[in-house]
Design a protein around this ligand. Structure first.
Ligand code: GLP
Length: 243
């Protein structure tokens, strides 16, 4: 695991953007794994800028998002589908039929999970997976205790995750209690992983990622076993690292 230390959120977003464009331009028909949350918003903004400057095209890109809330329709203001459209897809030349997110309103959610895994398998691989990290070490919505062998599955969201994400909803009660998430085994099969971490609220999590043990109690710790992970981390998130 390589730590790339940057000053702040803007620098983290710039660095992630250039690594992502490099990957898109290096690979034929690239397959990207995408994340939501506040962390990658700056990256998506930069990608839109680079696209409008003609520095990158997404027309041959396939994407798989990590997760989606259960029970929110695609057009819901808080669905991750809507987030991705507004923050990235509406502004670039990606073909929407190559865009994939789990469907959190499927009648049969278990079948939907299988179907999602199947589609990833058909794509053959994820060339570059973007990740954020929850304060409890969750990646995607794989909460502490999720088996490292997991594939796409339905999760009960941890109280701390619902609380952290309640900033996007009118009240805590409105935050969905479940989500569908890509599993840890699938994330680990990505050829390359870029974990973005910014801000003091993540400092504890970064210290645990760098110095703690590899355990299902802290899902992101498994990334230490992956051969090609870059963690782009800003000063705020590094304040608890022993150097
Ligand atoms: C969310 C998402 C994750 C995200 C994480 C951190 O709940 N499901 O994919 O990485 O929690 O979110 P943020 O970037 O807003 O801190």
């Amino acid at each position: 695991m390589e730590f790339i230390k940057v000053n702040d959120y803007q620098d983290m977003s710039d660095k992630a953007c250039s690594l992502m464009i490099e990957a898109i331009n290096r690979v034929e028909n690239p397959v990207l794994g995408l994340a939501t949350g506040s962390t990658p918003e700056g990256l998506y903004q930069k990608l839109i800028e680079k696209y409008s400057e003609g520095k990158v095209s997404f027309k041959d890109v396939t994407t798989f998002n990590l997760d989606e809330y259960v029970g929110l329709k695609r057009e819901d203001v808080n669905s991750y589908y809507r987030y991705m459209k507004e923050k990235l897809f509406n502004h670039i030349d990606i073909e929407m039929e190559r865009v994939h997110l789990p469907n959190g309103t499927a009648d049969d959610l278990i079948a939907e999970c299988k179907n999602y895994d199947q589609k990833i398998q058909e794509a053959g691989r994820i060339d570059l997976q973007i990740l954020g990290m929850g304060i409890n070490g969750h990646i995607g919505f794989n909460e502490p205790g999720t088996p490292f062998s997991s594939r796409t599955h339905i999760v009960d969201l941890a109280a701390s995750t619902r609380e952290a994400n309640s900033r996007f909803f009118p009240t805590l009660e409105d935050v969905p209690r479940q989500a569908v998430t890509m599993g840890i085994a699938t994330i680990m099969e990505s050829k390359e992983i870029l974990l973005l971490v910014s801000g003091e609220q993540k400092a504890e999590a970064i210290a645990r990622l760098a110095e703690g043990e590899i355990s299902e109690d802290f899902p992101a710790s498994i990334l230490r076993n992956h051969p090609n992970v870059k963690v782009i981390v800003d000063e705020g998130a590094m304040i608890k690292l022993n150097e």
